[in-house]
Design a protein around this ligand. Structure first.
Ligand SMILES: [Zn+2]
Length: 79
């Protein structure tokens, strides 16, 4: 029975050490400081701002016209 106690204690110590050893999870930091959007999303998807109506939308759904991004083809044509 005494052996079991020590075994349990050992497991607890190992678990505590493992927790301490784990590096804090941080998103991959972009070293470039060219990020001008304070609203840069914490999610994986990059959010862009429509140059016409200033609405935010995922970059994959945005329409690019020159250097500007738009929420729709209509707004891209309006600009
Ligand atoms: Zn728009």
């Amino acid at each position: 029975m005494r052996m079991l106690f020590w075994l349990g204690l050992l497991v607890l110590i190992i678990l505590a050490l493992k927790k301490k050893m784990q590096p804090p999870k941080r998103p991959v930091a972009t070293s470039t400081s060219t990020d001008t959007h304070p609203h840069s999303a914490s999610s994986a998807e990059t959010m862009v701002c429509c140059a016409h109506c200033q609405i935010y939308l995922p970059a994959s759904e945005a329409v690019q016209r020159g250097e500007q991004m738009y929420c729709s083809k209509e707004h891209a044509d309006l600009a």
